[in-house]
Design a protein around this ligand. Structure first.
Ligand code: ATP
Length: 225
């Protein structure tokens, strides 16, 4: 039996989304379909604890996510959750998960995370407790070696090991870690911000998001209009 099989499966996709890009949306579709999720919640962080602080306000980032999702043809199952706006800063994932359990009932949410961010997981606030509450879907990024992922998981749970039959990591407790190893989406918000600063319109920005950025002169974009 894999993670929460037979149950309504809710994925959590937290991030800065500064701004949301097509990589996020393609990744969401892929995870929804491949991991048989019913819903994937996009959860923007007002103040991410583990990264540099966002360039634009939470309100703008949430509005860009709303515009991107409204316009994306393959959006079924994708939803926006602004829950972190009502939680204390910084936006620790454990607090978000506890709040979502109040909202949706106690269940094992599946946290979607890029392989780059997974390597920081042991430094997250109350990380071992978090692993008691969730399972993980790790999406390949920056060609991170699977040994590095396993080593990271073992710092949280020394019993964590790859289950060849189920094709996932398991350990003590009920969590499971799936790995979408063959995914390659070479796009980042940082590269997009750099393009915008240079006055270029990045291909990987959804049209509705680019229109929003131009309208509000975000990321140093100077409108010629
Ligand atoms: P930045 O370039 O500012 O660091 P980002 O593109 O990583 O931004 P975030 O909003 O910080 O975007 O990402 C949210 C989550 O999505 C993180 O877990 C991140 O690893 C993952 N993610 C974002 N883009 C990709 C991608 N192209 N491939 C795989 N995972 C991604």
């Amino acid at each position: 039996m894999t993670v929460s099989e037979g149950q309504y499966r809710i994925g959590l996709f937290g991030g800065t989304f500064d701004p949301v890009h097509k990589g996020h949306l393609l990744l969401a579709r892929l995870v929804l379909d491949r991991c048989r999720l019913n819903t994937l919640l996009f959860i923007p962080a007002p103040q991410p604890p583990h990264k540099r602080q966002p360039l634009v306000s939470f309100g703008h980032r949430a509005a860009m996510l709303t515009a991107a999702l409204a316009d994306w043809p393959e959006r079924h199952g994708m939803e926006l959750s602004l829950i972190e706006a009502s939680l204390p800063a910084p936006s620790y994932t454990i607090n978000t998960v506890e709040a979502l359990r109040q909202q949706y009932g106690p269940q094992r949410f599946l946290l979607v995370i890029g392989a780059d961010s997974l390597l920081d997981l042991p430094q997250w606030h109350r990380a071992p407790e978090l692993l008691n509450l969730i399972s993980l879907i790790v999406v390949q990024r920056d060609a991170i070696e699977r040994e590095a992922i396993e080593k990271t998981l073992r710092t949280l749970d020394p019993h964590c090991a790859w289950n060849e039959e189920l094709q996932l990591w398991q350990g003590t407790g009920e969590y499971a870690v799936e790995f979408l190893a063959d995914v390659e989406l070479p796009v980042s918000s940082s590269a997009i911000r750099e393009d915008l600063l240079q006055g270029r319109s990045p291909d990987m920005l959804p049209a509705a998001v680019l229109a929003y950025i131009k309208r509000h002169h975000l990321y140093g974009w100077l409108s010629q209009a």
